[in-house]
Design a protein. Structure first.
Length: 244
């Protein structure tokens, strides 16, 4: 059985039996994987605080038969302690972790997404990540996993002229008036929202006004839920704590 060390972020953690835990790790080199942490709940010393969601680790792992690895030991690189101080930042971090968990598959490496997640958690921890940067993270995560939404040209006919009044998740982007009329599905969108998202996708970092952000959030929620087949649970949590 191969032993290996991987840099990882804890995406999910589930109690197993009386004493153990199964954690979902996002590793730099091997993508998402599940690991069995024997005695994680009994022996506080062995994994002391290291298996909290969002913790950045160096994990010593051993391959086992089946899909789940064995987690032998961990060194904490960063616990991101300060981001755990308030609910809005906790809810944004949980949202990003859930998004990464759902957009990736076991044993498929996504190193650029791993770096992107780590950079976002670091910014959030340092209080440098506002709500607009969460939208930017989502657009990056979608692009890096092959789900990039398109904000021009029309996703159905490719036309660049005229307005694009609808966003059709099935088609993967905005649609022109003619196509929106023929295939009347998706969300009505304003030119302002389409432009705001296109600018963010292109790398612009100017904070958006709350009303525009709220419309962008709705659009991305619909798009992500369409591609994953369900709404992310942490969307409701963000809503409950009044953050976006
Ligand atoms: Zn069209």
């Amino acid at each position: 059985m191969e032993r290996f060390v991987e840099e990882a972020v804890v995406l999910a953690s589930l109690d197993y039996g009386d004493a153990d835990r199964v954690v979902t790790l996002f590793t730099r080199g091997r993508g998402r994987l599940s690991a069995f942490a024997a005695g994680a709940r009994k022996s506080k010393r062995r994994f002391a605080g290291a298996l909290e969601l969002g913790t950045h680790l160096k994990a010593q792992l051993v391959e086992r038969r089946g899909d789940t690895c064995r987690l032998d030991s961990v060194d904490i690189v960063s616990s991101f302690f300060t981001l755990r101080e308030d609910l809005p930042r906790i809810s944004r971090a949980l949202y990003c972790l859930e998004l990464c968990r759902e957009l990736t598959r076991d044993h498929q490496p996504h190193e650029p997404l791993f770096d992107c997640l780590l950079a976002y958690l670091t910014e959030l921890d340092a209080r440098r990540a506002g709500p607009t940067s969460l939208l930017k993270f989502e657009l990056d995560a979608l692009r890096l996993t092959g789900f990039m939404p398109r904000f021009a040209p029309c996703a159905i006919c490719g036309s660049l002229t005229g307005t694009r009044p609808r966003f059709d998740p099935e088609a993967g982007g905005v649609t022109c008036e003619g196509c929106a009329h023929r295939v009347p599905q998706g969300l009505p969108v304003t030119a302002e929202v389409v432009e705001a998202l296109a600018r963010l996708q292109a790398g612009e970092r100017t904070p958006l006004p709350p009303e525009t952000r709220a419309r962008c959030r709705e659009l991305l929620n619909v798009f992500i839920a369409h591609h994953l087949g369900r709404k992310l649970k942490s969307v409701d949590f963000m809503h409950q704590v009044g953050t976006d």
